[in-house]
Design a protein around this ligand. Structure first.
Ligand SMILES: [Zn+2]
Ligand SMILES: [Zn+2]
Ligand SMILES: [Zn+2]
Ligand SMILES: [Zn+2]
Length: 350
């Protein structure tokens, strides 16, 4: 009897100790969640309030940081990167990034050329000491007012006073040419060319205004007016400009700078006469082939002719006034008076 009672008791104890089996709970689920963080996942699940059974797990993706705006902690310089940060308003996590260099901010300071010194533009950075210099310009050269003080006689040299209208530099030049009339259009240009070392005349007393100019002479005049620059290379493509001839450096310089290409690949034809079209073309190329403004120009230099642009430019610049009858006469041989006058007008208006 006691044995039977103990067995029954044990049975009851076992029944009490073993929880109610899952399948026997009517499960009343509620939703439970662990909120996700900036970087950590969250969790969503169903949990029975009766038996605590959990089911239906769902991962909740991290929501990511909620960053405030970037702010600069180290300002960039012209050339060095800076630093910026932003903080998460939720977790305080900090992100760091570079700020690109600001780059130089250059302002131009123009130095204008004077009669004797070239100009340039200095670009200064507004934020640092960096600068660079560019856009060099040529010296203007003096702009002379030329006054005849005394004409030459058989016994005394002529005297001319040169006074620069820009910088007031002033000096007297003497001359002995007896074939340049003080009323002639080329009087001032010839004295200017003499003073500038561009011509020394045919001899002491003759400039030779009506003498025709050879191609060698024209290029030599141009070369001297440019300040006698040394040619860069010793290569001479022209068989008819022998080494050591008076025009050798001038022709090589003109060839190098594109002022002349010769009359063919191996000839410059130094002794050939030079017509007005050629002279003006040389000058136009010497000035870098500036584009003339729209215009009609001279009736005998039609659009499409090889020298049209050069002649139009020269007319607009006041380098040529043309002939009295309104023509230019491109094929007329250029005499020494004309070439010196072209050069003079070009130099007075650089
Ligand atoms: Zn349950
Ligand atoms: Zn965060
Ligand atoms: Zn700078
Ligand atoms: Zn001057």
């Amino acid at each position: 009897m006691i044995r039977k009672t103990i067995a029954l008791l044990l049975c009851c104890l076992v029944l009490l100790a073993v929880p109610v089996h899952a399948s026997e709970c009517a499960h009343e689920y509620v939703e439970r969640r662990e909120e996700p963080g900036c970087e950590n996942s969250g969790l969503l699940w169903q949990e029975c309030i009766l038996c605590g059974h959990k089911t239906g797990y769902t991962l909740l993706a991290p929501v990511g940081h909620s960053f405030a705006d970037w702010y600069v902690t180290t300002a960039p310089t012209c050339t060095r990167e800076g630093v910026q940060v932003r903080d998460c308003t939720v977790c305080g996590a900090r992100e760091t990034a570079s700020v690109p260099p600001s780059g130089h901010a250059y302002g131009a300071e123009v130095k204008h050329p004077t009669c004797t010194a070239g100009g340039y533009t200095r670009f200064n950075c507004q934020f640092c000491t960096s600068y660079y210099i560019a856009d060099y310009t040529q010296p203007l050269g003096h702009s002379y007012n030329i006054i005849l003080l005394r004409e030459p006689t058989d016994t005394a040299r002529g005297q001319v006073r040169f006074t620069c209208t820009r910088c007031s530099e002033s000096h007297v030049t003497y001359y002995t040419f007896r074939d340049i009339d003080s009323d002639a259009y080329y009087f001032t240009p010839v004295l200017w060319a003499l003073d500038a070392g561009i011509t020394s005349g045919l001899d002491d007393t003759h400039f030779g205004p009506a003498a025709l100019c050879s191609r060698a002479q024209v290029v030599t005049f141009l070369w001297r007016s440019a300040g006698k620059p040394e040619p860069v290379s010793a290569w001479n493509p022209f068989l008819d400009v022998p080494k050591g001839s008076f025009c050798e450096k001038a022709v090589l310089w003109a060839y190098e700078t594109g002022i002349t290409t010769g009359t063919d690949a191996t000839h410059f034809s130094p002794n050939a006469s030079c017509n007005r079209a050629e002279v003006v073309t040389f000058l136009h190329r010497f000035r870098g082939c500036p584009e003339p403004e729209e215009g009609t120009g001279f009736p005998d230099v039609p659009a499409g002719s090889f020298c049209h642009k050069a002649v139009l430019w020269a007319a607009q610049e006041g380098i040529t006034l043309g002939m009295d009858d309104g023509t230019f006469r491109p094929t007329l041989s250029c005499n020494r008076a004309q070439i010196v006058t072209f050069l003079y007008r070009d130099n007075m208006n650089p």
